[in-house]
Design a protein around this ligand. Structure first.
Ligand code: SF4
Length: 272
């Protein structure tokens, strides 16, 4: 079944228009909440359908709880700031859903929070793969050894890694004093080696980024296959208030600025 056919089927099942409205704001009503029963992963949200999160795939997205960073612009504060986390999704319910949607969905995005914090991630990914799904892993890149382990085990098909900012402004942008950039550097180098398909992405925030810092960020991933600049959106659930987005025109200028350093630079969150 081609991607177009599946999108048509999914559209009739869920109503893609409604989905896009919910996806933009990521409010809790787009999640499926339930009591936790399993033990592989601490899951706090399931977005049943995404046409945006996994390139070229029709996918669902699983949100894991907890993060080791405190990026002040983070739009998933309730997943980051610790107990009490939002109500959890039962693994039995998730896997029942995945079994039911085989042939309609073809991928699963695992995001957070920071998924590599989860001790049960390897077993979880293995179970997902047994069902025939492709896996996209979102990570902040601060656990390079864990990242390499799941990739080298063949449990991940695509990695999306945050590039918070230039090395000089990383600690500030990650909201973590004394941040050790070497862990991120190691993850960047691993992805740049091409062992697995990947993208880098930066959420561009007024007050944290400017032309100089974005140039530094792009230089740190010199030659990268894909680099996305994402327009900041205030979800209403930020770790710290007071941030705003650059205009679409400014975002386009930033894309031109970073383009010479990577193979492909593109924007997300604006109409090109
Ligand atoms: S934006 Fe920062 S704080 Fe939020 S989940 Fe990602 S790495 Fe963690």
């Amino acid at each position: 079944m081609c991607l177009f056919d599946r999108r048509a089927i999914i559209s009739s099942i869920y109503g893609v228009g409604r989905f896009f409205a919910a996806r933009r704001h990521r409010t809790p009503h787009c999640f499926l909440f339930a009591k936790r029963e399993g033990c592989l992963l601490k899951i706090c949200g399931l977005q049943k359908l995404t046409l945006l999160d996994y390139p070229e795939k029709v996918a669902c997205t699983v949100f894991t709880a907890g993060c080791n960073l405190r990026c002040p612009f983070c739009h998933n504060a309730s997943l980051v700031l610790g107990e009490p986390f939002p109500d959890e999704v039962a693994e039995s319910e998730l896997f029942a859903y995945l079994k039911k949607r085989r042939g309609v969905l073809d991928g699963i995005c695992v995001t957070g929070g920071e998924p590599l914090l989860q001790p049960g991630l390897t077993d979880f990914l293995s179970s997902v793969q047994d069902l025939g799904y492709s896996v996209k892993l979102d990570t902040n890149g601060t656990f390079p050894d864990r990242l390499q382990a799941v990739v080298r085990a063949g449990l991940v098909d695509y990695v999306a890694m945050d590039v918070k900012n230039s090395p000089e402004r990383y600690a500030e942008t990650a909201g973590t004093a004394g941040f050790d950039f070497s862990s991120v550097r190691k993850s960047m180098d691993f992805l740049l080696s091409g062992f697995v398909d990947y993208e880098f992405r930066t959420t561009v925030v007024k007050g944290l980024h400017d032309a100089s810092s974005l140039r530094g960020a792009a230089q740190s991933i010199l030659g990268a296959k894909r680099y996305y600049l994402q327009k900041f959106v205030d979800s209403g659930e930020l770790i710290q208030d007071g941030f705003s987005a650059f205009s679409d025109a400014e975002m386009r200028e930033f894309r031109e600025l970073v383009s010479p350093f990577v193979q492909s630079a593109a924007l997300r969150g604006i109409s090109e």
